[in-house]
Design a protein around this ligand. Structure first.
Ligand code: COA
Length: 706
């Protein structure tokens, strides 16, 4: 924290590579710092200049002779290490390396050398390969961007430099004011989490927007993101929905956990708002940076046009915004503002003849009505409207809503006079949009964020598990050089966690088969156990629906004969007698150790088509029961668990227990990399569930000993 303050609020800054030559990055950075109104000391560093842009220049940082909080480095890559060394040895606390030519082109050693040296003295490094930092707190524009920055309350963190520079221009053009803009580049040292730790506490930042390409230290990121969303909204735009991770994965869980699916689940779990486009992100920024959170669910739409009202209604349904529909109350609240040929049903249609005073009346009403919590105001340009009063009407009614602590968003559609009203009002931070969907989606993120804050629950639920037994099973598998558990070992792990599995025993001869069958009860399944027969069904090694002793005897003989015919030299290790599992709802439950985010759990619709249907949901650990229920509710086929067509509700509580148990296993046992139970057959409440087929991957024993 201490060192991050020097990044955002340095009192002195050196620019290594400062130049008098216009067009050079070292020239732009000095110009921006000085021209941006930085109040601290500015020290250009250049081996041959005496003075740059009116500031005394120094041949090296070590020759400045004053305390230097931060340094920007913009000299060619081959000289960067020496320059960093000079900064570190001179006691500079923060070094920003603009220079490219490091890990992004495979020069990892060059980058690591710098980071290692700086770490020895506690100097933090931003970059390399960045366009710099803007921080309103210090009036510091240490970037080489060409655009002037508009001050405001949105902080932007970006991994892409070029996009960041473009965003600086775009924020200005979109009337979004910045409290900070940080280019993270290669994230060799300082990353998103470090910056969030500072920005979270920064009183001038109301909203954070991050553009991310990938996360290196996932668990630290989750921790910092979660802390941040508790106090301010975070919007994330991420590119790279890569499927490379999926291709490399060895299990369904792995292949379904394409890095983006996990990332998406985790950031939503942390309360961040994921945008799909820059446009959306900017609309959301402008709304969240200006508006109060909705205090309840009831939303009204007020319009002068039926079509645009229907569009907004559709958008509300799409984004999960609830329309207020107490018809009596609506009539009472909006009756005085609605002509007889209009409508007080939500959307409230004050009709095409409405002028500014009609809008004033209609829009003031919800601000004062206790049961209405948010307003979507729509306007289609008409000839009867007194256009000169459009901006004052919006300004006035928006202030009224703001004073009442309620959000109001405006979508106004029309020609150039409307466009200029949008521009004027956006500069004043009023959430006015040119399209219905933009306005409704902005209000919806307010609702999403509110619902997250209301339902967040930091409790953690873990299960009590017989880890000694699980460790013994893994010891044995590793001692045999295996990186997977056999089916019966997987079942034993489930039993050690208290997850029900079908009862099963392995008979060595016919007498035992009969004895076990009588003991287990019918119907039963019999399967050959042979290391020489991988595909049991192909070999005729499986018999289903065995209902009595005679059928067991027949099946035993038939399987033995079939298998010997299939492979005369096959060694038959035994005959597995298993309870025949009744049909139920097939669910997949999995867990894996994500390379970036650590242990994650997954569940969804199970069975043989999981990878085609892909109806699965992920969560990072730790979790509590409430979050697991939320996870199940996100599965599209969740109604199957609630019971469809007169079926009873399934044992959802048992499934929640199972997910918590699987999560506990992966969390407690580092040697397990993947768990997948497919299917878990879930029955009605009193009949519980059964884990039918469990696959467990373990780390390679050789890697463990490294
Ligand atoms: N200490 C101080 N100044 C030094 C120096 C040193 N060790 N070595 C060189 N300089 C001076 C140079 O003399 C020059 O000053 P001058 O104009 O007065 O002669 C200045 O630093 C810049 O050096 P120069 O060799 O002219 O480099 P450059 O400006 O052409 O390029 C970078 C330097 C950093 C811009 C370039 O190497 C680079 O990495 N460009 C990509 C940056 C980028 O895109 N970053 C990511 C953004 S998204």
């Amino acid at each position: 924290m201490h060192s991050m303050k020097y990044l955002f609020e340095p009192e002195s800054i050196a620019i290594v590579g400062a130049s008098s030559t216009e067009g050079k990055i070292g020239n732009s950075v000095v110009r921006n710092i000085a021209g941006g109104g930085f109040r601290g000391a500015i020290y250009p560093v250049n081996p041959s200049a005496k003075e740059i842009l009116g500031h005394t220049a120094y041949p090296a940082v070590s020759s400045i002779g004053q305390e230097v909080d931060a340094a920007v480095i913009c000299i060619p890559a081959e000289h960067v290490f020496e320059a960093v060394k000079d900064c570190v040895d001179s006691g500079v606390k923060q070094v920003q390396i603009i220079t490219s030519g490091f890990s992004e082109i495979g020069e990892h050693d060059k980058e690591n050398e710098i980071i290692d040296y700086a770490a020895q003295k506690g100097t933090r490094i931003l970059g390399p390969n960045i366009f710099g930092i803007y921080s309103a707190a210090a009036n510091l524009n240490a970037t080489f961007a060409a655009t002037e920055v508009t001050r405001g309350n949105v902080a932007i963190l970006t991994q892409s430099g070029a996009l960041g520079i473009a965003m600086m221009g775009k924020t200005a053009a979109s009337n979004i004011g910045l409290s900070a803009m940080v280019s993270l580049g290669n994230k060799a040292d300082i990353d998103e989490a470090d910056c969030l730790d500072y920005i979270r506490e920064d009183p001038s930042t109301a909203v954070i927007f991050m553009y991310i390409e990938g996360i290196k230290k996932g668990e630290r990121f989750i921790e910092s993101l979660e802390k941040t969303t508790r106090v301010k909204p975070v919007i994330i735009l991420k590119s790279g929905r890569s499927s490379r991770g999926a291709m490399a994965a060895a299990s369904h869980t792995g292949s379904l956990a394409g890095s983006d699916a996990v990332f998406d689940a985790i950031i939503r779990q942390c309360g961040a708002l994921r945008a799909e486009s820059l446009e959306d992100a900017f609309y959301w920024c402008s709304y969240l940076s200006s508006s109060p959170m909705p205090g309840g669910d009831n939303t009204v739409i007020i319009t002068n046009g039926g079509g645009i009202g229907v569009m907004a209604t559709d958008a509300c349904e799409k984004y999960g915004i609830k329309m207020y529909d107490d018809q009596t109350a609506l009539r009472e609240i909006f009756g005085p503002a609605t002509p007889v040929f209009g409508s007080t049903r939500n959307p409230i249609d004050i009709t095409g003849g409405a002028a500014s005073h009609d809008y004033n009346l209609a829009l003031s009403a919800p601000a004062a009505a206790p049961d209405i919590h948010s307003t979507i105001a729509l306007y289609c340009e008409t000839a009867t409207f007194d256009t000169e009063n459009l901006a004052p009407m919006i300004r006035k009614t928006w202030e009224e809503h703001k004073k009442a602590g309620k959000p109001a968003v405006y979508a106004i559609v029309g020609g150039s006079s409307v466009t200029s009203v949008i521009d004027t009002l956006q500069k004043e931070n009023v959430p006015v949009y040119s399209d219905v969907d933009e306005a409704v989606s902005a209000l919806a993120v307010g609702y999403r964020y509110r619902s997250y804050l209301e339902t967040r629950n930091n409790a953690q639920d873990w299960a009590s598990i017989d880890m000694a037994t699980i460790n013994e099973i893994i010891d044995r598998a590793q001692s045999e050089g295996r990186s997977f558990l056999l089916a019966n070992e997987g079942a034993a792990v489930m039993q050690a966690a208290g997850i029900p599995v079908p009862q099963s025993r392995i008979a060595q001869n016919l007498d035992q088969a009969v004895e076990y069958a009588e003991c287990l009860g019918y119907p039963l399944v019999m399967k050959v156990v042979s290391r020489d027969i991988l595909h049991k069904s192909d070999a005729g090694g499986v018999a289903l629906n065995l209902d009595d002793k005679e059928e067991i005897i027949d099946a035993f003989e038939a399987i033995r004969q079939n298998c010997l015919n299939y492979n005369p030299s096959a060694v038959i290790d035994g005959f597995e007698i298993t309870e025949q599992v009744a049909e139920g709802t097939e669910i997949i439950v999995g867990a894996r150790r994500d390379p970036a985010f650590g242990p994650v759990v997954m569940c969804g619709l199970g069975g043989i088509y999981v990878e085609i249907i892909k109806d699965v949901v992920f969560r990072a650990l730790p979790l509590n029961r409430q979050e697991v229920v939320g996870m199940l509710e996100e599965i599209k086929t969740y109604p199957l668990l609630l019971g469809v067509r007169g079926e009873e509700r399934k044992d959802i509580e048992g499934l929640v227990d199972t997910i918590i148990k699987v999560g506990t296993i992966i969390k407690k046992c580092n040697r397990i990399t993947d768990i997948e139970i497919n299917p878990v057959v879930v029955y009605e409440q009193e009949r519980g569930l059964k884990a039918i087929d469990t696959r467990i991957l373990i780390s390679n024993p050789k890697e463990d000993s490294k």
